[in-house]
Design a protein around this ligand. Structure first.
Ligand code: G6P
Length: 582
């Protein structure tokens, strides 16, 4: 979703903001805008396009301003246009606002602002006009902000600059916002990576927080009158992880990082995993919830738990409400989220009555602060929009939770070590060239089918999602055991079918033979070759971790297909990494 970074301090804000916004582009990127101070006036520059092109167009780097705010927009209300890009201003252009979220009652508010001149189709624009209205009646800025905070409905965090005011104001209302304490000034941003190069001292803001900051000082007041403490955290993330390093894209870098991350599980402190397993063992029922790739991990987790005799079910974030009447106090919820900010999950958190375990990658995120037990995904910063290493680490953690729950943790650790010994075989030139050859064949296809049975089907779901996300090719996953009940009708001569084979059992091959008999061209990812495969990528077997190499190959196939189609897989069109609005 939208990304915000603001700075006020003794230094020139512009280089910080230029650098910072690049690390927020993953949130959304259809337009960019900024507000800076020039000779006492607020100057607003904005346009459609990516950050770099708008920055160049308006030569923004040439400015000097001790305060400023930058914004990347992911359109929710109003088309992608220059007028709808942020900042939005009041009638006189003296109050500028950047915003992340959705103001659900914006239309009613707009009607009430009779006489104000609106120039955009956005919900955001009501904020500067509401402030203008309040200030014109003699309210102080803080009083006006409180009134706006009370009036707007829905998750909506925003930052305000006002002509002639040395203060900047940030309000956290649902959507993420953090405060960074720099050496010579203060940052307010949607996410820590945007200012990590300059400071790792962070305050995680709470809902209702109003931050008033200027060159010299910062103060936080809670508009909901909550008395939560604001500790300063020292974030332990290396700024080096924000760069692509030797890789062409973050997605490729993050796929490759998985070997190292998997190895690090050999020395992982599993105490929280053990605690989660014991809660799960005594649960009435376990609900695993997530969205996108996190939902696929949830589905996998539910399957392995059921196979251990535990009543477990996976639910998509938006479906939680439909299940809520079934929830009981002794249920356990496993909430999976890379960002920890996914709106569907946050909205439904209160409905989850039992013990809530979060498997979350982002420290300080809303979900990480509002569950009963947090298990850190330990995937490090993931910048590509498509989840890769966060998905993998979640799957490993779920497998370990399951193994502690069913008493097989030693054997699982043995499998993990075996996997780590053999994983190099995936990254050798012969395998990579086979994957690139497959990508070349797929790149002009209109439809790709992913098939598998049991675990293989769930891996197929993720494989198909990756393909859709980054290559824009229609890819769909089917369970091989049910293919005869409809999907087989889609197969014709030359249909490309990727088979994710975890266990080479007979039933799997019956289904594949049926596809082949109808002309399907079968690309097998499997620990052993078969005559049914037209093409074959060999993956090592690794007991309960056999999903790992299959997932890596599927990720690489999607990545190379996207690149061969000339798409930047790091920033797929229309998608955002953190979905902070419903
Ligand atoms: C979006 C992203 C997906 C991600 C999903 C869940 O849809 O594009 O890649 O899997 O959100 O995000 P979360 O941060 O909750 O894991």
């Amino acid at each position: 979703m939208c990304g915000i970074i603001a700075y006020s301090g003794k230094d020139n804000a512009v280089p910080y903001l230029v650098d910072g916004i690049k690390n927020l582009e993953y949130r959304g990127y259809d337009s960019f805008g900024c507000a800076l101070i020039d000779k006492g006036n607020i100057i607003v520059r904005k346009d459609v396009g990516d950050t770099a092109s708008v920055l160049n167009k308006y030569r923004i780097i040439k400015n000097f301003s001790n305060q400023g705010m930058f914004h990347t927009r992911w359109a929710t209300h109003g088309g992608i246009s220059k007028e709808n890009a942020h900042p939005l201003t009041d009638c006189k252009g003296e109050i500028a606002v950047v915003h992340n979220g959705i103001i659900e009652n914006w239309q009613d508010i707009k009607v009430s602002l009779d006489g104000h001149r609106f120039v955009s189709q956005t919900d955001t624009e009501v904020i500067p006009h509401l402030l203008e209205e309040r200030l014109s009646r003699g309210d102080s800025m803080e009083r006006a902000l409180r009134a706006v905070f009370n009036e707007i409905k829905g998750a909506s965090s925003f930052v305000v600059m006002r002509k002639g005011d040395s203060n900047m104001y940030a309000v956290k209302h649902g959507a993420p916002l953090v405060l960074g304490l720099g050496k010579n000034g203060f940052f307010v941003s949607s996410d820590i990576p945007s200012f990590l190069k300059y400071t790792n001292k962070v305050v995680f803001l709470h809902d209702g927080d109003l931050v008033v900051f200027n060159q010299n000082s910062v103060r936080i007041k809670n508009l909901l009158n909550k008395k939560d403490k604001h500790d300063v955290h020292t974030v332990d993330i290396s700024p080096g992880s924000l760069d692509k390093g030797k890789y062409r894209h973050f997605m490729l870098k993050e796929i490759n990082e998985q070997s190292k991350l998997l190895k690090s599980f050999e020395n992982y402190d599993f105490s929280k995993v053990r605690l989660a397993a014991s809660k799960i063992r005594s649960a009435h029922r376990v609900y695993l919830v997530g969205a996108g790739s996190s939902f696929h991990a949830a589905a996998y987790g539910a399957l392995i738990l059921r196979k251990s005799g535990i009543d477990a079910i996976a639910i998509q974030g938006q479906d939680i409400q439909n299940f809520s009447r079934l929830f009981e106090r002794n249920d356990v919820f496993v909430i999976i989220s890379q960002s920890g900010e996914t709106a569907d999950l946050i909205r439904s958190l209160q409905l989850m009555k039992g013990f809530r375990i979060g498997i979350i990658n982002t420290e300080g995120s809303y979900l990480s602060r509002n569950v009963d037990l947090v298990i850190n995904m330990m995937a490090g910063i993931e910048k590509a929009v498509a989840a890769t290493k966060s998905f993998m680490n979640t799957m490993v953690l779920l497998e370990m939770i399951n193994s502690y729950a069913n008493g097989s943790s030693e054997s699982a650790m043995h499998d993990l070590k075996l996997l780590n010994l053999n994983l190099y075989s995936l990254f050798v030139p012969s395998v990579l060239s086979a994957i690139k050859r497959i990508a070349e064949e797929l790149k002009d296809d209109g439809d790709i089918f992913y098939v598998g049975r049991d675990y293989g089907y769930l891996i197929s779901l993720e494989g198909a999602l990756k393909m859709k996300e980054v290559s824009y090719i229609h890819a769909e996953a089917f369970d091989l055991s049910t293919i005869k009940h409809g999907p087989l009708a889609l197969i014709s001569q030359g249909s490309k079918v990727i088979a994710a084979v975890t266990e080479p059992v007979e039933e799997t091959f019956y289904g594949l033979e049926e596809i082949k008999a109808r002309g399907g061209h079968i690309i097998g990812i499997s620990p052993s070759n078969s005559t049914v495969f037209d093409e074959f990528v060999h993956v090592p077997e690794a007991g309960v971790f056999s999903f790992v190499p299959l997932v890596i190959v599927a990720q690489l196939i999607s990545y190379y297909t996207a690149v061969k189609r000339g798409i930047n897989p790091d920033k797929p069109r229309n998608l955002a990494k953190s979905v902070t609005v419903n």
